[in-house]
Design a protein around this ligand. Structure first.
Ligand SMILES: Cc1cc2c(cc1C)N(C[C@H](O)[C@H](O)[C@H](O)COP(=O)(O)O)c1[nH]c(=O)[nH]c(=O)c1N2
Length: 246
């Protein structure tokens, strides 16, 4: 019997660690943007990384609106402020004060904003994989965003995803046709710092959940913290990179 070398397609050690490093050290950046312009070749790499995402039936439904114009960004910022004011109204007392003190967008500070939309009307892929789950078009677009986010981290560029908008108002401001889905609004710029943990954790807004509690064995509901912890105990050994504790 021929013995298959299971490591034959594995990346070299440094490359492999680079992939995990991008994953673990990616952050949602809000406070650390610098105004340094992003060179066209770097921006091209980020967009092309997004364009290499998996997509249902090879639909590639992502459409990008690249926004650099200061006037457009100012109008977007005003929509954010209005939505953020409304969002804060569900919180009270200390929680409201904390919410109001959070920095939740870098629309004006970043040299590039990118609105990522999904053309759910596209016939590309001829419906493969989408007949019972049409929402997979949107999932594909999110995969593109994640690709861009990780590539940006490798380039030293921060990305902040802003979803505090009334989508219809943002859509009409940016001329997005009604049949398209607005998926994400990204603020993109070189970052002066990438923290070891999420800013929301540092600011006391939320704590990360523990992976062992999120693994179900064979059927939903069948969690087994001990078994999951055992499985994950090899984590640092196998990826060769010191993962954060969640
Ligand atoms: C779909 C979606 C939408 C948003 C976000 C993310 C995603 C995936 N995040 C960023 C979010 O707060 C952040 O990812 C978590 O706090 C975890 O932090 P790190 O990304 O690990 O730094 C985010 N952050 C923010 O400041 N304002 C926002 O409107 C949003 N919206």
């Amino acid at each position: 019997m021929t013995k298959i070398n299971q490591n034959i397609h594995r990346f070299g050690e440094e490359e492999r660690q680079g992939v995990y490093r991008a994953i673990y050290e990616r952050r949602d950046i809000r406070s650390y943007f610098t105004p340094t312009p992003i060179e066209d070749d770097v921006l091209a790499r980020l967009l092309d990384a997004a364009h290499h995402a998996p997509s249902v039936g090879m639909m590639q439904p992502w459409r990008f609106i690249l926004i650099r114009d200061a006037g457009v960004r100012q109008s977007v910022y005003e929509l954010f402020q209005q939505a953020n004011e409304a969002a804060s109204s569900i919180y009270e007392d200390k929680q409201k004060a904390l919410y109001m003190s959070l920095k939740l967008a870098g629309i004006l500070e970043t040299p590039v904003n990118l609105c990522v939309t999904c053309d759910i009307t596209s016939q590309r892929g001829r419906g493969l994989g989408r007949q019972t789950m049409p929402e997979t078009a949107i999932y594909s677009t999110v995969c593109a965003i994640q690709n861009l986010w990780l590539a940006a981290r490798a380039e030293g560029i921060g990305v902040g995803w802003v979803s505090i908008f009334e989508p219809e108002r943002l859509g009409s401001l940016l001329g997005i046709p009604a049949e398209m889905v607005l998926v994400g609004y990204l603020c993109i710029g070189y970052a002066s710092q990438f923290d070891a943990q999420s800013e929301l954790q540092t600011r006391g807004w939320e704590v990360p959940s523990q992976l062992p509690n999120l693994i179900h064995f064979d059927r939903y509901g069948n969690t087994d913290e001990k078994r999951a912890a055992e499985l994950l105990s090899a984590l640092t050994k196998t990826n060769g990179f010191q993962a954060p504790s969640f």
